[in-house]
Every structure is written in C-alpha cells, then in structure tokens.
Design a protein around this ligand. Structure first.
Ligand SMILES: [Zn+2]
Length: 199
C-alpha cells in the first residue's frame, strides 16, 4: 500500500502545492490568532469536530456505561481525548518511512496546531470552573448544572481556587504549541523549497 500512497513533501512536489502549503500556514496563523482572541476560542468547523471528539472521549472511558478507570477519568476523558487525539496523527506523520525520511513533518505540525487549539478550548473550560458561565451541552450554564467537567475535576482535586491559574498555564502551552507548529511548518517548507532550488 505504501508504494502507491500519495506523499506530500517529496522532491516531486509540484510548485502549486508549495503555494498551497504557505497559504495553509497563513490560514492556520490567522485562525489561531482569532481563536486566542475569542472568549470561546472558536475555530469554525474545527471546534464542532473537537466537541464531538470531546464527547467521544467521555464514552471512551466508560464503555457500555462502565467507568473502567473510575469516575474521574470519565470526566477528564473528554478534555484529555480532544487534546490527545490530534497527537496520534503527529506520531504517524513523524514516523520514518523505509527510506529513512519522516513521512510528513508539515502535516505533523498541522496536527500539533490542532492539538494546541484543543488545549486552548480546555483552558477556557477550566478557567470557567468557579465562574460557571459557559453554556454546557445540555443548554444550562455551569452554575445551573452539576455537569461542568472542570468544576467537578478541580473540586475533586481540591484545586478549585486555582482554576484560572491552571487555565493560564494551559493557555500558555497551547500558544506555544500553535506558534511552534507554525514556526516548524514554515522552516520545513522553506528548507524543502531551498533543497528543490539547489537540486
Ligand atoms: Zn465534557
């Protein structure tokens, strides 16, 4: 299968694909800036997918209604899965192929960016623990519902008074992930272009 799988980023890359990649870098940069400035950290379409992954994450830790690793992991599972899910693809794209090259560093960086956007979303949720103003899926706010993941988690860990501080750190790491991913993507593409120009 791998011999026929189309790969992006090899010496045969057409020039328009390079332009598309730089356009994608510009788009991801703009989306990240607007997400970090948005009170809800929304990225169109991506946030809807992330919400579905979050909900899947809860179910993942509770197959057939059984909390296999305990109730806390079921609650944490949503946020954990939405951040970890894109990282599975990072590992895939960074894995070396038979010729010793990494499969696609650029694609891996897009997935690091995606994970960073998810961590931003988790940070916003965490920061809302005491305030309870975010609208939850059931249409109620955290103050009206007992289903606020991060209120329950931080209460359980006796860290509720540190919610905004923990969220601040998460947000910082999310920012570094997005900036780092975009930076590495630019360098990867630039280096590749120079390699093509020299060959
Ligand atoms: Zn949840």
């Amino acid at each position: 299968m791998s011999a026929t799988t189309p790969t992006i980023g090899t010496a045969t890359t057409p020039s328009n694909q390079r332009y598309l990649r730089f356009a994608l870098i510009a788009l991801l940069s703009w989306l990240a800036v607007s997400a970090f400035r948005d009170p809800l950290g929304v990225v169109p379409l991506v946030s809807d997918i992330d919400l579905a992954i979050h909900e899947f994450g809860h179910m993942l830790f509770m197959p057939f209604g059984i909390p296999i690793l305990g109730r806390t992991m079921v609650i944490l599972g949503g946020s954990l899965t939405q951040v970890a899910f894109p990282l599975i693809f990072v590992l895939y794209f960074l894995k070396k192929t038979a010729d010793g090259r990494r499969r696609d560093v650029f694609a891996a960086m897009v997935c690091v960016w995606w994970s960073g956007i998810n961590l931003l979303s988790v940070a916003i949720y965490c920061a809302d623990s005491r305030a309870g103003q975010l609208m939850l899926l059931d249409g109620s706010t955290g103050q009206e519902s007992d289903g606020h993941d991060w209120f329950n988690l931080l209460s359980h860990w006796r860290l509720l008074q540190h919610d905004t501080q923990i969220a601040h750190w998460m947000r910082g790491i999310a920012g570094l992930m997005c900036i780092g991913a975009i930076g590495v993507a630019v360098i990867t593409q630039w280096t590749q272009d120079q390699g093509l120009a020299d060959s």
